[in-house]
Design a protein around this ligand. Structure first.
Ligand SMILES: NC(=O)c1ccc[n+]([C@@H]2O[C@H](COP(=O)([O-])OP(=O)(O)OC[C@H]3O[C@@H](n4cnc5c(N)ncnc54)[C@H](O)[C@@H]3O)[C@@H](O)[C@H]2O)c1
Ligand SMILES: [Fe+2]
Length: 421
């Protein structure tokens, strides 16, 4: 089989800057829609922003409704409830106002109201049937309110399948929003705990896509076989090399001084830039490991600043917990990339070369009061076999790792992640 010679790269049009969200009525009206549903979660709704977006849409002559019951870290049950709500009326377009939870829910609502089917029909194989949407979906505009997922750029939506005890999602280029309205002012209300967890999601998106297996290391694909994540490529790299310095200079400030507009602007821009990179290149070991970590929450772990009614390990925490160990294991696949990433993130780290990137990550975790390893969120050695099984199910991500990843590698990564410092 010949080596791949083609990579793909896509992104939505972007409107960025303080005040951008106040122009959303004009922008949505340009899309030729008349009736628009705004989707958000109760925490974001409490900031008043979604209501403001609804008013702005109405002022532009559009009919706008509000669904404010998105579940933080969506589940199949919560997504189906949102779809059922949306199906009670005819909507020509959607606006997601929130973090990855709201944006991902809106992507699924858009697909399933455009082409009704069983949710599992569209979900990635082997858990679902992996069917492609039959045609174009309706316009979705994303207004990210966390600096984290980059979901405003990506073609995937993730949810927890409660009965199956697995987190997976739907992945297709048609899910990508048609416009991202990215306004740093809307992130000023983010509490420190969410700032930290979502900031580590940015960091891992950046580092995983920068160290991903290169696109031309795969076998050649037919056009219909091309996947949303194609491996490290020259365009994604440019975005990531510009993401890391913004995190280096602003992550700690955004955490400790939430009203610092310059730091918030850097963080939101970093989330967007990382989304431009990983949304095409892909992510690998830490994200694959995050699925079982987030999916089997030890009762009793309630992260600061997240909804208090449920025990959960938020996505960004679940991802970063195995990152220091994962990047020690991937170091040999491409030492110069790991060293460059460490240098961009924290020029002051020294010590053994294979530990510089892990150390830069650990320092940032310590400085933002992040949990010190899997043990700190309530897991023990006895959870590791289940974690390995869960991570092995994420073959879609593991094939993006720059080295072969089997049960032994994953077992070592999880074990080394029990306590980080
Ligand atoms: N589609 C993708 O490409 C992609 C990528 C990474 C993660 N994800 C998914 O995204 C979800 C996580 O999203 P997230 O990390 O952005 O957080 P989130 O959407 O789950 O929100 C986290 C918490 O912050 C609150 N919040 C959000 N914005 C706020 C603001 N401006 N002010 C005050 N409170 C605010 C919310 O109410 C919620 O309680 C997970 O389900 C994850 O799997 C998706
Ligand atoms: Fe992520």
């Amino acid at each position: 089989m010949a080596a791949e010679s083609v990579f793909t790269w896509a992104a939505p049009p972007i409107k960025f800057g303080p005040g951008a969200v106040d122009e959303i009525g004009y922008d949505v009206a340009q899309l030729g829609v008349r009736r628009v549903l705004v989707l958000t979660d109760p925490g974001v709704a409490a900031t008043g922003l979604p209501e403001r977006v609804v008013e702005t849409l109405r002022s532009a002559g559009l009919e706008a409704g509000l669904f404010a019951d998105v579940h933080v870290e969506p589940t199949d049950v919560s997504v189906k409830a949102a779809i059922a709500y949306a199906q009670e009326s005819d909507w020509d377009g959607f606006v997601a106002v929130g973090g990855g939870s709201s944006i991902d829910t809106a992507k699924a609502v858009n697909l399933l109201t455009s082409y009704p089917a069983d949710l599992l029909d569209y979900v990635n194989k082997p858990i679902g049937k992996g069917l492609a949407p039959q045609g174009p979906v309706k316009p979705l505009v994303a207004v990210p309110t966390t600096a984290g997922t980059g979901a405003e750029c990506t073609a995937v939506c993730i949810m927890d399948f409660l009965d199956l005890k697995v987190k997976t999602g739907i992945s297709h280029p048609r899910l990508r929003p048609v416009l991202a309205v990215v306004d740093p002012q809307v992130t000023l209300s983010l509490p420190p705990g969410v700032t930290a967890a979502t900031g580590f999601d940015i960091l891992c998106h950046a580092l995983e896509s920068y160290t991903a297996r290169p696109y031309d290391d795969y076998d050649r694909k037919k056009p219909e076989e091309r996947v949303a994540y194609c491996g490290a490529n020259p365009i994604s790299d440019i975005w990531i090399e510009n993401t890391l310095p913004m995190l280096a200079r602003s992550f700690r400030t955004a955490y400790s001084k939430g009203d610092d507009v310059a730091a918030r602007t850097d963080m939101l821009q970093a989330a967007l830039f990382a989304g431009m990179g990983f949304g095409n290149a892909g992510v690998h070991i830490p994200h694959a490991c995050a699925y079982p970590i987030a999916g089997r929450v030890p009762s009793g772990y309630h992260p600061a600043d997240y909804p208090a009614d449920e025990a959960m390990v938020p996505h960004g925490q679940a991802v970063v917990l195995t990152a220091p160990a994962a990047f020690r294991h991937t170091y040999a696949s491409n030492p110069s990339r790991h060293l460059r990433a460490a240098q961009l993130l924290d020029p002051s780290v020294d010590g053994p070369e294979e530990d510089r990137l892990p150390e830069a990550i650990r320092r940032l975790m310590r400085d933002t009061n992040s949990p010190n390893g899997l043990a700190a969120v309530g897991y023990t050695e006895s959870d590791i076999d289940d974690f390995v099984d869960g991570a092995l199910k994420q073959q879609r991500l593991l094939t993006i790792a720059p080295m072969p990843v089997d049960a032994d590698v994953l077992g070592a990564v999880f074990r080394e992640s029990l306590t980080l410092w």
